[in-house]
Design a protein around this ligand. Structure first.
Ligand code: TIU
Length: 222
């Protein structure tokens, strides 16, 4: 077992039963000129996470940890898009409409895919999810179960939406999650702080929060 300093207390893990889960590092959320920026968001707040995630990704691959990537998006025919999600935001260009990088949040479109810096390697599962949580209407739980995974190190965007929802879902399914605070990002700094505080509150009510440097130092010694 390896031990990483974290809050509210240290996170103990075995790299054989711990996977790296990278949430929704997609062009439309993170890249300049994507859907996120078109909505008026400052994507640099999300892009700060790319370099630390890259280091964690390299280290996890180096230690043969299971790496799983997720993408939020819908079928080309939008048959898995709830009407409520389509209507919410009252956007001129919403999900399924033409965006700066193809149809917004539609599978197969350029903007839907993962950024080049964090491109999945052959053999790394990519989980396409229609919702915010990585477990809802996906086979993520089966993949983790079949590989004997009981713990997750979680990175990605956004901290308060898809990361937080996925960590809550994971917690209810019996997985321990360590969220790396410099490897997750939000368009809203106050949400970043609040979302991380929620995870580690009340003795780690649904997870741990750590920092990539300490995780990397620990992994290097395993
Ligand atoms: N991946 C993810 O968090 N999807 C979102 O819709 N995030 C927002 O912050 N809107």
């Amino acid at each position: 077992m390896a031990t990483v300093p974290a809050e509210p207390y240290e996170f103990e893990f075995d790299p054989h039963s711990c996977a790296l889960l990278i949430i929704d590092m997609q062009r439309d959320f993170v890249d300049p000129g994507g859907f996120g920026e078109a909505l008026g968001n400052d994507v640099s707040l999300l892009r700060k996470a790319i370099a630390p995630i890259r280091k964690v990704l390299d280290a996890a691959r180096n230690k043969n940890m299971l790496v799983i990537h997720t993408r939020e998006g819908h079928r080309q025919d939008l048959s898995d898009l709830p009407q409520s999600k389509k209507l919410r935001g009252r956007l001129k260009a919403g999900i399924g409409d033409a965006g700066p990088m193809g149809r917004i949040l539609v599978r197969g479109e350029v903007g839907h895919d993962i950024i080049d810096e964090l491109k999945p390697a052959p053999g790394e599962p990519v989980v396409d999810k229609p919702g915010k949580g990585a477990f809802y209407a996906t086979d993520l739980d089966s993949i983790l179960h079949n590989r004997g995974i009981t713990q997750l190190v979680v990175c990605g965007v956004t901290t308060e939406v898809c990361v937080n929802t996925s960590v809550r879902e994971a917690n209810d399914r019996g997985y321990d999650c360590l969220v790396l605070d410099d490897c997750v990002g939000s368009y809203f700094p106050e949400f970043q702080t609040a979302a991380l505080n929620m995870i580690k509150a009340q003795g780690g009510i649904f997870g741990w929060v750590g920092h990539s440097r300490q995780f990397l130092e620990t992994l290097a010694k395993v």
